[in-house]
Design a protein around this ligand. Structure first.
Ligand code: NI
Ligand code: MN
Length: 228
C-alpha cells in the first residue's frame, strides 16, 4: 500500500500510511505558509518533535476535536495532559514502540524544546518511522547537523525530511552534509521560507543535492503530496 506524505508549509506534515492519518508538528494557525486551517484537519495520531510554538502549533485543539493520540516526549505529554489532552503516548530518545501505523523511534535532535508558556519541554527529538509495509522515513525535526546521522543511515532510509532554513536549524550546506551522512533514497526540505529570516532557495539546494549525492530531492509546495 502506498504511503503519502503531504507538506503543509513550515514543519507541518501529514502522513497517510496503512489507513492511519498522522499529522507531524501540526502548526496551522499563524503559519504563513499553510493553505489549510486547523479546523479542517483530520488525524488519528499527532506527532510532536518539540515544544516550540511553530511545532506544537494546534496540537491541543486538533486533539480535542478529533480524539487523536499525541505522541511526543514525556515532558510534552505531561504538559498536553495538563492542557486537557486525553490521549497521549510518551516515548523518549532512543525508544521505539510498535504503534498501529508502524514502529516509531525518537531520535536525537540538537535544538531546544521549551513549551509556549516557557515551561520545560524535555529534549527535542526527531522521528524514525518504519511503516507496516517496511518503508523507513526519518523526520529530523529542528536540528543542527550531527555525526550520529551515520547511525540513522544504517537503517536504510527511503525518505528523509530535513530542515534547511538556517538560523534556527541546519542551513542548506549542513543539510547537504546531512544528506551525505543519511544517504536516503528521497529527501524533502522543510522549515524554510516561512519567514524572511529562514528564506532559502530550495530548488537550488535540491539541484545541488542531486549533483552531489545519490538522493532524489523533492521540493514540495505547501499542500503538495509525495507518494512512496
Ligand atoms: Ni524549534
Ligand atoms: Mn522550528
Amino acid at each position: 500500500m502506498a504511503n503519502s506524505l503531504t507538506w503543509y508549509g513550515h514543519s507541518a506534515l501529514g502522513l497517510e500510511t496503512g489507513g492511519k492519518r498522522l499529522l507531524i508538528d501540526p502548526f496551522f494557525s499563524g503559519n504563513p505558509s499553510a493553505q489549510v486551517s486547523a479546523a479542517d484537519m483530520q488525524a488519528d495520531y499527532l506527532l510532536v518533535t518539540h515544544g516550540h510554538g511553530d511545532h506544537i502549533g494546534d496540537t491541543v485543539t486538533i486533539a480535542a476535536r478529533t480524539g487523536a493520540t499525541v505522541i511526543a516526549n514525556f515532558e510534552i505529554c505531561n504538559w498536553l495532559s495538563a492542557q486537557g489532552v486525553d490521549h497521549t503516548h510518551a516515548q523518549h530518545l532512543g525508544g521505539g514502540f510498535q504503534h498501529p501505523f508502524g514502529y516509531l523511534k525518537l531520535t536525537l535532535a540538537l535544538h531546544g524544546s521549551a513549551m509556549p508558556d516557557g515551561s520545560y519541554g524535555g529534549n527535542p527529538a526527531g522521528f524514525l518511522l518504519t511503516t507496516n509495509d517496511g518503508k523507513k522515513v526519518y523526520f529530523a525535526g529542528d536540528t543542527g547537523l550531527f555525526g550520529d546521522m551515520k547511525l540513522i543511515n544504517e537503517e536504510g532510509l527511503d525518505v528523509a525530511v530535513l530542515p534547511i532554513g538556517d538560523n534556527f536549524t541546519m542551513g542548506p550546506q549542513d543539510a547537504l552534509r546531512a544528506v551525505k551522512l543519511l544517504a536516503p533514497k528521497h529527501v524533502i526540505p522543510i522549515h524554510f521560507s516561512t519567514w524572511d529570516i529562514i528564506t532559502q532557495d530550495a530548488n537550488a539546494w535540491a539541484a545541488q543535492v542531486m549533483r552531489e549525492t545519490g538522493a532524489q530531492a523533492h521540493v514540495l509546495s505547501p499542500g503538495q503530496t509525495f507518494a512512496f
